[in-house]
Design a protein around this ligand. Structure first.
Ligand code: FE
Length: 341
């Protein structure tokens, strides 16, 4: 009788342990990254580990709000974003916890992860000047600041200031040059526009190809994606532009980081950490660079030949990514003040 009781008890405990394990064999990502290579890497991770990866896509502020609203019941394990300021804001919003992993610390240089381990970079991207090969010589270009000079009058296009990428660029200029100069810069750029702000990064290169403008700013990986696009129009447009790394003799090119943080209440913490380690390992880092033309954060990882061709030793802004978040509100205020819609 007693024996039976223990047998049944043991059976129940094993079943519960199994059920718990089965239910835990997944990772839930709330992601503001939106690139095809991400899904390929998640599939590879599942093949390798048996751990299923579920992704909920959204924009970063919405996803942060969602985690807050769901509170302790949130199924979110990982939060992914494409901006260092946003990652830091998620830390400050209290939705993250430190992701403690010697593997992560070894794979990623200290300046590309949060000092308290609340987030870690996955890739970086530079926001560069892109120019017409035909109508602009590289010698005519120098700095972001110079784009405000009258010599570019009627020769620039930009995307809307609602885009985080330009908010962070302006936030970085506030940090480096001060608010007054940053305001003058934004005003100068608006005065130089060939048309009202519109479209995404790719549309700025298309404007150059169409002869509407001669210069713009773009994230490096979009140029790579366009050059390798299935859409022949995009390839044709990208072939007419060249990449220029600004501020090499001054404050450096604007760099941003795409990264991931462990959500505070992560129900599948162990697998979540495993996935982050997988994404930082050399094969994933190489894929991110070769398929999406981003820069790996792991310095040992192979960089895509296209990026190597542009030169990888460029000087970058020496700024704490947290400043992009801290200067976000002033940046938006300046955009409004100067009429950068
Ligand atoms: Fe993007």
């Amino acid at each position: 009788m007693r024996r039976n009781f223990f047998a049944v008890l043991f059976g129940c405990v094993s079943f519960l342990a199994f059920a718990r394990h089965a239910a835990g064999a997944e990772v839930n990502i709330y992601s503001a990254r939106h690139y095809a290579i991400d899904d390929i890497l998640y599939t590879n991770f599942t093949k390798e580990t048996g751990v299923k990866v579920n992704v909920i896509n959204g924009n970063a502020p919405e996803l942060v709000e969602r985690v807050k609203r769901e509170g302790e019941k949130s199924p979110a394990d990982l939060f992914m974003a494409v901006d260092g300021g946003v990652l830091n804001s998620a830390k400050l919003a209290g939705i993250l916890q430190p992701l403690v992993s010697p593997v992560v610390d070894k794979a990623v240089p200290a300046h590309l992860r949060d000092k308290d381990s609340y987030w870690v970079g996955l890739t970086t991207r530079a926001r560069v000047i892109v120019h017409s090969k035909e109508r602009v010589k590289p010698e005519e270009l120098s700095t972001y600041e110079d784009l405000a000079s009258p010599k570019w009058k009627g020769r620039m296009t930009v995307r809307s200031s609602a885009a985080m990428y330009d908010q962070s660029l302006l936030a970085s200029l506030i940090a480096l040059d001060g608010e007054e100069k940053a305001t003058q810069w934004a005003r100068g750029v608006v005065n130089n526009l060939a048309r009202a702000p519109q479209g995404n990064d790719r549309d700025q290169a298309k404007a150059i190809a169409a002869g509407i403008s001669d210069v713009c700013v773009m994230n490096t990986y979009y140029v790579g994606q366009m050059l390798n696009s299935k859409d022949p129009e995009e390839v044709k447009a990208a072939q007419q532009v060249a990449v220029f790394f600004p501020n090499q003799r001054t404050t450096g090119t604007h760099l941003n980081v795409s990264g991931v943080g462990l959500v505070k209440g992560s129900p599948n913490k162990e697998n979540a950490v495993k996935l982050v380690e997988f994404l930082l390992a050399l094969p994933s880092q190489k894929s991110l660079s070769e398929s999406n033309y981003e820069y790996p954060v792991n310095p040992e990882a192979e960089v895509a030949p296209l990026l190597k061709g542009w030169g990888t030793g460029f000087k970058t802004q020496a700024l704490d990514f947290a400043l992009y978040g801290e200067n976000n509100a002033p940046a938006i205020r300046i955009f409004n003040e100067v009429g950068w819609k």
